[in-house]
Design a protein around this ligand. Structure first.
Ligand SMILES: [Fe+2]
Ligand SMILES: [Fe+2]
Length: 294
């Protein structure tokens, strides 16, 4: 019999090796939907000196295409801005924290991060295209929208095989298969992790409702942005084939964003994104190299 949500939460709470988030991530996440000064970001990065070295390497990578070398954090903040530097630190930190065990061959962690970073970038570009006013929180929201999948991949290995079989055999969506096998989907597991990490409400809502933004209790527009970005990324089919049968549905998101979308052409927007996949792949390679040599 399927477990109740209370039983699922109790089960989750009893897992003893859930990774903790570094302080620097907590500090930065607290600020992501606010106006932040350069000096505040510098103060936060000072908590963890090696992170500055990493940020400078990534800021100088081809992904950002900056012509003149960036040698200091101050210059990085001036050239790329506080939001982009925050995105770099959070991207590198989440990649490091959420490494699933190497022994799991069912799950392609690299593809997972490709998808997550793509959704983060698409969310950022979508906000810009729709001329929405944000503080850049859509990047982090996109980056971690699927963290519940990591929970399933890491801690529910046996059930994951049943989930994948169900997806392949019955062509049901991934989250429906998760719900059938585990009693809850990756959105709910992600939400439990987000609560455990005390992530702010906006990120919790995105994680819990990114497939059905209309159900969000708050921050509906942010959830809708990530929903559309996710649908575009899914339609690019770069997610592991066995687990990719999510039917992208953006109608709820369009309804929520109706003030921004009347003159918005989704297929034209999508056409501008074709180079992003290659760029994001190179960025992940680069971050991994930086991590290995740290
Ligand atoms: Fe998802
Ligand atoms: Fe996703």
């Amino acid at each position: 019999m399927a477990k109740t949500l209370i039983e699922i939460e109790n089960d989750f709470q009893s897992i003893d090796n859930i990774p903790t988030l570094p302080n620097i991530v907590h500090e930065l996440i607290e600020l992501i939907d606010k106006e932040v000064s350069m000096s505040r970001i510098s103060e936060i990065l000072a908590i963890d000196p090696p992170i500055t070295t990493k940020v400078l390497k990534i800021a100088n990578s081809a992904f950002y295409g900056v012509r003149q070398r960036i040698d200091t954090l101050r210059r990085a903040l001036v050239v790329l801005g506080t939001t982009e530097i925050t995105n770099i630190v959070l991207g590198a930190s989440f990649l490091k924290v959420l490494k699933v065990s190497e022994t799991m061959n069912q799950f392609d962690l690299r593809k997972f991060w490709e998808h997550s970073i793509l959704v983060a970038h698409f969310s950022k570009l979508l906000v810009k295209a729709l001329q929405m006013k944000t503080h850049g929180e859509e990047y982090t929201a996109g980056l971690i929208h699927d963290i519940g999948k990591i929970v399933i991949y890491q801690y529910y290995t046996k059930e994951l095989i049943d989930v994948m079989n169900l997806v392949c055999e019955n062509r049901v969506s991934g989250y429906l298969a998760e719900k059938t096998v585990l009693g809850a989907d990756h959105m709910y597991y992600g939400y439990l992790l987000a609560k455990k990490w005390s992530l702010p409400q906006n990120l919790q809502q995105v994680i819990l409702h990114h497939h059905k933004p209309i159900l969000a209790d708050s921050h509906k527009e942010l959830v809708a942005v990530v929903n559309i970005a996710n649908s575009i990324a899914v339609s690019m089919k770069i997610f592991p084939e066995k687990y990719s049968f999510d039917e992208p549905n953006t109608s709820q998101a369009y309804l929520i964003l109706k003030n921004y979308t009347p003159n918005f052409d989704l297929s034209a927007f999508r056409a501008t994104l074709s180079d992003e996949v290659t760029k994001v792949r190179k960025l992940i390679n680069f971050i991994q190299e930086v991590e290995e040599n740290a």
